[in-house]
Design a protein around this ligand. Sequence first.
Ligand code: SF4
Ligand code: FE2
Length: 623
Amino acid sequence: FSCNTCKSADKCLEGYIAGLPMETSHHRVEGQSTKCGFGLKGVCCRLCSNGPCRITPKSPRGICGANADTIVARNFLRAVAAGSGCYIHVVENTALNLKNAAVAKAPIKGKGALKRLAEEFGITGSDEHDLAYKVADLVLKDLYKPEYEKMELVEKMAYKPRYEKWKELGILPGGAKSEVFAGVVKCSTNLNSDPVDMLLNCLKLGISTGLYGLTLTNLLNDVMLGEPEIRMAPVGLGVINPDYINIMITGHQHSLFVHLQERLTDPEVTEKAKAAGAKGFKLVGCTCVGQDLQLRGAHYTEIFDGHAGNNYTSEAVLATGAIDAVLSEFNCTLPGIEPICDELMIKQICLDDVAKKANAELMEYSYETREENSDKIIDAVIESYKARRGNVPVNLLPEHGNKNTLTGVSEISLKEFLGGNWQPLLDLIVAGKIKGVAGVVGCSNLTALGHDVCTVELTKELIKRDIIVLSAGCSSGGIENVGLMRPEAAELAGDGLKEVCKSLGIAPVLNFGPCLAIGRLEIVATELAQALNIDMPQLPLVLSAPQWLEEQALADGCFGLALGLPLHLGQQPFIAGSDLAVKVLTEDMKQITGGQVIVELDPVKAADKIEAVIDDKRKGLNI
Ligand code: SF4
Ligand code: FE2
């Protein structure tokens, strides 16, 4: 397979993919390079049988009379509602798992996380299981409220000035599931035609997505799986050790692995692997749930070495031939891995029917059947190992990645590392050693500049300008594999940030893990604003999703805007066909929430714009 379009910030990976004997998503970029101009601008509507209608200067309205602004806003709201639904699915399952774990009196690994949540929610319990039950139950009750009943944890979790702002704007969300439903209704045919109303609705979905789907998913998972601990870990394809039975995991629902992880560390299971000819089992991290595994990796070092790569690295991970099974439970599991799995006899198992793959076995996770499920999975993977090893080629890339990536960073572990409060960071910001903070978050995609190119180049530009980068999402996978999360990367930072990194022994890019951890960044931002007694839009902090990919990323972005944060995107969402939508998101938003969208693909120009915003915010604070 020739690959003229294999382009990655990770040159080692790029060469490996270009030389593979099978087709990957990277190879398909060329065939899909002619984009539909109407789709790109968001002015294709196929909501009814009169369509598809496409807006042009000569025909500025669809047959029903909808203009470009209405069509663009409807399409955008539809995408945000879908993205919100995905994250709400994740937090719902997570809360259900915690509730079931509490009933079964399963071990609570993150006692501190539970205590903090209970305090924040203002609840007490007779013991930790009672407390865990009540925490999970409160989350579920909020998720299941009707649209007309506001979720009560929003006020408890949100920063007060933000809560007041949302109240004033009328965008406090009702029950998160109902809000998805209401959003989908609103953007159907011949209903709402008010683009501004629909865009404000997106902010409301952003709030429920962010506080519940993002922030709470992390915290509930911490209770069940243990809290992140800062440590060094290897990353990249080099983590794959063919002496073990290797299970690659993809998705976003770490709580679905609680029991399996425990089982895999059981000596009895290791004996089974040994009887099959391997040294034991290893989980190989991929996509966001792999970031979750890495983040909490200190709790199960025997079965987890490191994170291999992000969504568009997953085909390469499989192509090594040393992966015996893929365990997937949610998105960023590319359909393109299926033919590769077939070719290399890799067993595919799905734990959640929403992510059921055509040629995979569905072993739907449920708390009640978890023991039986884990044993079934382990046996199926051993069978796969026995059938395929020796019969399929192994094509390792041991030199890929690095062995000393700083990981385990969270809103708690970082604060502890700094001595228990944010003052040292604030002092460095005031002194100008650190100019500001950029949350480089979101996905990885293959368009425009290539796999992780905008993400990595922008990150380099930011650290060069003494802007510390906090990352979350598949962007983290790309940034860590090229070495920017090693303490040695301090050399690439500007003088101020370099000095800080060297004196603390940290990297200039701190990895918070999965996209869900955008919720952890929200906590950091809230606490920084609190410490300074200012509102969030005043912080010298910018979010950037240089290579956003999915509808979920759009919902995340709306959360950022609701928080009043500037949000850089490498590529415009599909809204260019509406001058009004563009104006609302890039200009008017400054007056509405304090946030703004900045679109810029060129990494240097993007860094210029981000730096200018940060300079402006610093001026506003007189620093
Ligand atoms: Fe065309 Fe209106 Fe139907 Fe959309 S809803 S396809 S714009 S007629
Ligand atoms: Fe993700």
